[in-house]
Design a protein around this ligand. Structure first.
Ligand SMILES: Cc1cc2nc3c(=O)[nH]c(=O)nc-3n(C[C@H](O)[C@H](O)[C@H](O)COP(=O)(O)OP(=O)(O)OC[C@H]3O[C@@H](n4cnc5c(N)ncnc54)[C@H](O)[C@@H]3O)c2cc1C
Length: 451
């Protein structure tokens, strides 16, 4: 048996390395240098297309916890990132050229990896490859022909554009200024949290919203007609008139504020985002505002004054699967057990999240090729929680997700202090993942925890 990996990005390089380290012959297909996506510029692998920051490094944070789990699991990308770091306060930032060159060098010189420089146009040959297991890691800007082939195989369950509303933590919503109810009393009472505003609050909010600073769009986003159709950003809709959003996503009809006994002037509804009820989505608030502006302007809604954001709203091109209907938590496809997916395509979001899914997909592809059971990490670990989040069959309206503490199961003894809480989540997850790896016979390094 051999392993095919499509795409030498963050997920693909990590997947190829993990399979190769387990003794399998790996064919890594990459369309560079002949063809590049609109965001990729260099000829090297694992290119960081935008920021050079891999986010927080402190183990006692969601992003730091994920990175430490990857170190525990012998991640190639973490090893290279640690060697290419540049000063960035509490974040792990890297010299992007050095990082990408180092990953490329390790991949090209691995005795078990053969790089195949060509664009993969179709999945058929991989589905028919009876001696191979394939990991598809062609990223958010997967080339057109391959996207089409994936779409055909998976019944059209592929999105090409991410127009997402922000997601906030349930515990940060000020319930003194909010109430649970569904419109006209229909459905489950606690499915929605309503954030009412009076006339003065609404007018102030509206003024700030239309004047707030927006994020620049890439050329390939500006030219995408979907940006301003179907999923119009809230700030663009607000520009059409002072009352437009009050008759749209913020309409107060069918709702009565129990505190005043009246219908509010305007209402933002928050909808439960996950089964745990730890995250809520701002309904109809897809936005292209800069992240600090989202916090400032949406914070003018009284219930969101101190809201903690698990994910900010974004509007950009992003190819991702409807994974809850397609993937298992080991990143294999339900319909095609010899196909695995990895990276941003699966609906994990971010550089290291993509790499971590590549790590698991590469490890599991190798395990399947060797006739071993595939593994899903414990739900208390960030890698395990993310793989469960993207593959949870109950999720209706799937949106990509990065590492955050809201995807983890609640703590038994939950510290009140935020920092202590983050530490408790991280230590629990890292201890569980070490125990799990030790029982499953996988090689691992002990976590670097300094309590
Ligand atoms: C414009 C943009 C900016 C982003 N900025 C950030 C950021 O600042 N921070 C962050 O954390 N995340 C960011 N992301 C999100 C995400 O983390 C990155 O896109 C990340 O690179 C995803 O990793 P990946 O391995 O899934 O895909 P990629 O790293 O994109 O790798 C995919 C690889 O597949 C190759 N490929 C594509 N199609 C084919 C084909 N048909 N045949 C062969 N090879 C193919 C590509 O050339 C590429 O090398 C950004 C995404 C985009 C699109």
């Amino acid at each position: 048996m051999h392993i095919n990996v499509i795409g030498a990005g963050l997920a693909g390089c990590e997947a190829a390395f993990q399979s190769a380290q387990r003794g399998l012959k790996v064919y890594l297909y990459e369309m560079k240098p002949q063809k590049k996506t609109p965001a990729h510029k260099s000829d090297t692998f694992s290119e960081l297309v935008c920021s050079n920051s891999l986010k927080a490094d402190r183990v006692e944070s969601a992003a730091g916890m994920l990175k430490e789990e990857m170190r525990v699991m012998n991640s190639l990308l973490m090893e290279c990132a640690d060697q290419c770091r540049v000063p960035a306060g509490g974040a792990l930032a890297v010299d992007r050229d050095k990082f990408s060159a180092m990953v490329t060098d390790r991949i090209r010189n691995h005795p078990n990896i053969q790089v195949v420089e060509k664009e993969v146009l179709n999945l058929d040959e991989f589905i028919q490859d009876k001696d191979g297991i394939t990991v598809i890691a062609s990223g958010p800007l997967t080339s057109e022909s391959l996207s089409k082939s994936i779409q055909e195989k998976f019944g059209g369950a592929l999105s090409f554009f991410d127009a997402a509303a922000p997601i906030v933590s349930a515990e940060s919503i000020d319930m003194e200024h909010a109430f649970t109810a569904s419109r006209y009393g229909k459905g489950d009472g606690d499915d929605y949290i309503n954030c009412p505003m009076n006339k003065e609050e609404y007018e102030n909010f509206h003024r700030e919203l239309v004047n707030a600073e927006r994020a620049p769009l890439h050329d390939f986003d500006v030219n995408n007609p979907k940006v301003y159709e179907g999923c119009m950003p809230i700030e663009i809709m607000a520009q059409r008139g002072e009352d437009t959003i009050r008759f749209g996503p913020m309409k107060p009809v069918g709702l009565r504020d129990p505190k005043t006994g009246h219908r509010p002037w305007a209402v933002l509804q928050l909808r439960k985002e996950n089964a745990l009820g730890s995250m809520y989505n701002l309904v109809g608030f897809q936005t292209n505002l800069k992240f600090p502006e989202q916090k400032r302007v949406f914070g003018l809604i009284p219930a969101l004054k101190n809201a903690e954001y698990y994910r900010y709203g974004v509007m950009h091109r992003n190819t991702f699967l409807n994974s809850p209907k397609i993937l298992n938590s080991d990143y294999s496809a339900r319909e095609y057990p010899n196909l695995f997916f990895a990276g941003q395509m699966t609906g994990v979001e971010g550089y290291m999240e993509s790499a971590s899914s590549g790590l698991l997909a590469g490890m599991n592809a190798a395990r399947r090729a060797l006739g071993m059971e595939t593994l899903t990490m414990p739900e208390t670990s960030m890698t395990g929680a993310l793989s469960r989040y993207i593959s949870c069959p109950e999720v209706e309206k799937f949106q990509p997700m990065g590492a955050n503490l809201g995807v983890l199961p609640p703590l038994e003894n939950r510290p009140r202090d935020k920092k202590e809480r983050a530490a408790a989540y991280a230590y629990r997850g890292l201890e569980d993942i070490e125990k799990f790896l030790s029982l499953s016979g996988e090689n691992f390094k002990p976590a670097n925890i300094q309590k």
